[in-house]
Design a protein around this ligand. Structure first.
Ligand SMILES: [Zn+2]
Length: 248
């Protein structure tokens, strides 16, 4: 083993560093934070601005479908299992994110009431804007999954943020021309990204929040018997059952 390292000057230098110095370097960190160092996994705050606790629906959140079975067609969308084993309407088939619905629907959205916020510190990887934002349910649009964007392409306005441990968070369906961050920009937890909208495959104004691991595997941020034992929220059960607006 030592012979192997001796083949590489870099390996030798690594071996030669006293462990105390290594610990110091880790503690000071390269882009790490003062609370947990670089090793602390990313944990998220609630991705909406809800200072008075009245802006998002509390009793129904469309969660990630954790049943592992593909949904095929409109009817099978109701077959799903969320993190705690509940079915529709606490999830729907093949859903990859958590949907937080805006109270008051389109009138509230048009009043420009509610901001979408970065759920943790990171760097903006995708910021895409300019798409129609009043998409809605339409029984006449069965061939596009029951969603109509009134003749416009079904494309969401969206932001993706990469966090320090490689985890990526997605924020979908934002209001047209509301996104205030750009690709490559550093953002802090709680910073405004844009406004809640209904662009893309969206039946009503809401935030679709989705999490992927560094290897792109989908993560359900809610802990439970059908997801994983540890929550990716700073506080999973906040007031009225939504994750807390507390930054890491
Ligand atoms: Zn969604």
């Amino acid at each position: 083993m030592l012979a192997g390292h001796a083949m590489s000057p870099l390996g030798l230098r690594r071996l030669a560093l006293p462990s105390a110095l290594l610990s110091l370097l880790v503690a000071v960190g390269c882009g790490g934070d003062s609370s947990g160092g670089t090793a602390a996994p990313t944990r998220f705050r609630f991705p909406g601005n809800d200072p008075d606790g009245t802006r998002f629906v509390r009793d129904v959140v469309f969660h990630v479908d954790d049943d592992g079975k593909p949904a095929d067609g409109l009817i099978s969308q109701i077959f799903c299992t969320n993190f705690e084993g509940k079915g529709f309407p606490q999830c729907y088939g093949d859903h990859d994110g958590s949907d937080f619905l805006l109270v008051g629907g389109f009138p509230a959205m048009d009043a420009g009431s509610t901001e979408v916020l970065a759920a943790a510190d990171g760097v903006v990887e995708v910021a895409e804007d300019g798409h129609y934002d009043h998409c809605h349910i339409s029984l006449a649009a069965l061939d596009s999954g029951g969603i109509s964007c009134d003749g416009n392409p079904i494309v969401p306005n969206k932001v993706y943020i990469r966090h320090r441990d490689g985890i990526v968070s997605h924020y979908l369906h934002l209001m047209k021309d509301s996104i205030v961050v750009s690709e490559g920009q550093k953002v802090g937890c709680g910073q405004k990204l844009g406004m809640v909208g209904s662009s893309g495959r969206s039946s009503t104004p809401h935030v679709h929040f989705e999490v992927h691991a560094a290897d792109e595997a989908l993560i359900d941020p809610f802990a439970g018997p059908y997801s994983q034992p540890e929550s990716y929220w700073v506080e999973q059960v906040g007031p009225f059952g939504l994750p807390a607006p507390t930054c890491q």
